[in-house]
Design a protein around this ligand. Structure first.
Ligand code: RP5
Length: 180
């Protein structure tokens, strides 16, 4: 993932410096090994000044931690949960089973199957328990943060303005012609 060339989106740096109080977005991942991807979620949240928390929560290895985390998410003030997982990626779906909050799933690019396993595990939720599924890997990690910003911005004019600024900076960073 890190070997890929930088893109315009990498050059859009911090829009605001300030975090704003209690975490509104919970970022969870199934393993330490997911951090390489999920750091792009948290850096994007930071760029937008969205207060968030970051935890390792595994559906398989720490099922009680997952139940506690998801069942208490509403009372702890979270509005959105972003869950990154790879392989047999049950984390976002099981999280959504325990909470009414919107859950956004990021399929981690696995070594064996290049993240197709993660994608299909996350996207194919049965009717009744939705998970908003993003792209495999870094793009999905960034977009999960941006989508959570869009959701929160519905009722937050300041964040809406920051998101508009972020998008304008991204647009301005795209060259007219390729560098040769
Ligand atoms: C999943 O298993 C994690 O989300 C991770 O993507 C994958 C592999 O985990 P490790 O064996 O690297 O801890 O639960």
């Amino acid at each position: 993932i890190e070997d890929k060339p930088r893109t315009a989106i990498d050059d859009v740096d911090t829009v605001v410096a300030e975090e704003d109080g209690m975490p509104r977005v919970g970022v969870i991942m199934g393993s330490q090994s997911d951090w390489e991807t999920m750091q792009h979620t948290t850096s994007t949240l930071e760029a937008l000044g969205i207060a968030h928390e970051i935890k390792i929560v595994s559906a398989h290895r720490t099922p009680d931690r997952l139940a506690d985390y998801a069942r208490t998410a509403v009372e702890r003030g979270l509005s959105v949960i972003i869950a990154g997982a790879g392989g047999a990626a049950h984390l976002p779906g099981m999280c959504a089973a325990w909470t009414r909050l919107p859950v956004l799933g990021v399929p981690i690019e696995s070594k064996a199957l290049k993240g197709m396993d993660s994608l299909l595990s996350i996207v194919q939720m049965p009717g009744g328990v939705p998970v908003g599924t993003l792209a495999i890997g870094k793009a999905g990690a960034i977009n999960a943060a941006l989508l959570s910003a869009s959701i929160l911005a519905i009722n937050d004019a300041d964040l809406a303005a920051r998101l508009e600024t972020w998008r304008a900076l991204q647009t301005a960073s795209v060259r007219d012609e390729p560098e040769k």
